[in-house]
Write a new protein. Sequence first.
Length: 177
Amino acid sequence: MAADPPHDGADAIQDAWRRELPGVPVESIGVITRIWWAAKAFGDERRRLLNRLGVDVATLDLLSTLRRSGPPYRMSPGELAEACMVTRGAITQRVERAANAGLVERTTSGSGYHARAVTLTRAGHALLDRVVADLLTAEDRLIGHLTPERRDQLADLLRDLLAGLDVPPPSGQVGDA
């Protein structure tokens, strides 16, 4: 039988509120505080790695969305905005930065400035594959102390938790400042 994990700061906070406000439910502290702490640790690590790799979170989101769309890795700006859960104005800015860096190409109709489609370039594809491989390897190390069974169990529990929240999915990416 595995030993119980040692008490941590969330336990101390929970115990203090249990003492100070008897009768008030404090059990959520043990879950929510740890989720906040884990999210901060994961987000901080993602920001450090992306900074080292020279990619910002918004560009990663744009390139990842195009890559996951499958060949020919092309989407309209409206589809991108919806998939990235940001405004069309935000997508326009993201596409402009990525196009200037040679990571995507815009196709337009006539003399208009607005893109009708955005396509991942070879340079964007290569950069994204390298960044995602490094990112997933780093994130795997963050949860490497958990057995595969515990990872699956935690993923299932978090899926259940999120399904029970009556809120829309968050916009943006983990690691956004």
